[in-house]
Design a binder for this molecule. Structure first.
Ligand code: AMP
Length: 424
């Protein structure tokens, strides 16, 4: 078959068929956690002022430098398709005066995001994330609660080899000192860094810590670690978060090289991944952290926050790879076949009665021949077929045929729902 002229744009995909079953189940689980922990849903526009992200996420980050879909409106505004959810949520918090509500404000979303990435496994240009954000309070218990929620969502979806990576990247008090120490260490070794890290050294030196290039990894393994350069406040915050994680017996690993790709984080950063059979973790399923300066950067107020986001497509990919079935096939057990005009008219009404009673049923109201309807019923694998012929329609009756035994029973139409319920 020739390749169709029109296809989905690179890195973007249609969602149909079985994939919706995964999406629906993940949504259902996420929603139930949001409800239990008293999060309110929020949906922000797909487009935001580009500056929200350049300021919020940081000019020197990969997302802003390489991955934003930008457009200029006819009015001359620069807008960006949202690459992530936290900056828009904080914008909404400030815009709608949510600081006047009882704090903390807890918000969740299940939305689509856009990044102009090089498409590869688990990386798309349009993808879904679910996120949880707790805004307005600084307590370490909230960091732990965010990690706990994401961990348990993944667990409920069926993952069994989850690993939490956690680190503190300090705050505006201690990070600048650490940055200086790191830069001076790396400067002497810059000749051996990869080209990306050479650039990062000038623009975003902390990101060098999570470079995957072998030659950089070697240099990083001997670099000064931020955990030894945290101020008292950040050290205590981290200690408390870890103690709470211990109490909950969550399997975390303190990773001094975890920095994450967004500039707005302060103190806690974390990622959750699932180990694959080969013992190699694929990309993180969830990432997040604390962002106590973000509201201030966005021109607002002092407003601490902590949150995270899970990648829906990545979760689905891994569920499929691990053959974890997260949904049950619930197919109707009954098919309604009709022959003749009068029967067709009655059949339309019967289907309505089934819908009102919330009883699933297949039909093929456009078909006329009984043979083709029986063939379809057989293909669908139903247990019973209701047959409404012209004579039955006149007599206000219908036949119920057991597809296994071939036995048929006559039922008065007015008793149909009551009778059918006995069989289901
Ligand atoms: P981030 O917003 O970068 O912290 O990412 C949070 C989670 O979203 C990641 O752990 C991934 O599961 C998912 N994610 C991030 N970028 C993409 C992408 N381009 N395609 C699909 N999923 C993504």
């Amino acid at each position: 078959m020739p390749k169709p002229k029109f296809q989905t744009p690179k890195g973007m995909h249609d969602i149909f068929g079985e994939n919706w079953k995964y999406f629906d189940k993940i949504f259902e689980v996420v929603k139930s956690f949001a409800k239990f922990y008293n999060f309110e849903r929020i949906e922000t526009p797909v487009l935001e002022e580009a500056e929200l992200f350049t300021k919020g996420i940081g000019l020197a980050t990969d997302i802003v430098q390489k991955e934003m879909f930008l457009l200029k409106t006819k009015g001359g505004d620069y807008l960006a398709l949202r690459p992530e959810g936290t900056a828009p949520v904080v914008r909404a918090y400030i815009q709608h005066g949510m600081q006047n509500l009882p704090q903390p404000v807890k918000l969740w979303y299940f939305s689509q995001f856009f990044r102009y990435e090089h498409p590869q496994a688990g990386r798309f240009r349009q993808f879904w994330q679910f996120g949880f954000e707790i805004l307005g309070k600084q307590a370490p218990a909230l960091d732990t609660q965010i990690i706990l929620i994401f961990y348990n969502i993944l667990k409920e979806l069926g993952f069994e080899a989850l690993a939490i990576k956690i680190n503190s990247i300090g705050d505006s008090f201690c990070r600048p000192y650490y940055k200086k120490t790191l830069i001076s260490y790396l400067k002497h070794r810059s000749y051996a860094l990869c080209p990306d890290c050479k650039r990062r050294l000038k623009e975003n030196p902390l990101r060098i810590l999570d470079c995957k290039e072998e030659k950089c990894r070697q240099i990083i393994s001997e670099a000064p670690q931020i955990l030894n350069h945290l101020c008292e406040n950040c050290k205590n915050h981290l200690k408390t978060v870890l103690e709470f994680l211990d109490d909950l017996q969550l399997p975390y690993h303190l990773d001094p090289y975890l920095v994450r790709g967004l500039d707005y984080y302060t103190k806690t950063v974390f990622e959750i991944s699932e180990e694959t059979e080969k013992g190699k973790a694929v990309g993180a399923l969830v990432g997040g952290g604390r962002y106590d300066n973000l509201a201030k950067i966005l021109g607002g107020l002092e407003m601490p926050g902590v949150g995270g986001a899970g990648g829906v497509e990545r979760i689905i990919e891994l569920l499929k790879e691990k053959r974890i079935k997260i949904y049950k096939e619930k197919k109707p057990k009954i098919f309604l076949a009709q022959i003749g005009d009068l029967a067709k008219r009655k059949a339309l009404k019967i289907v309505e009665e089934f819908r009102k009673e919330n009883l699933p049923i297949y039909e093929s109201i456009e078909k006329d021949s009984l043979k083709s309807q029986m063939k379809l019923a057989d293909k669908l694998g139903v247990k019973y077929v209701l047959i409404l012929g012209h004579q039955e329609a006149l007599n206000e009756e219908i036949l119920l045929r057991d597809m296994e035994t071939g036995k048929q029973k006559k039922i008065r139409l007015k008793n149909l729902i009551k009778e059918v319920k006995k069989y289901l």
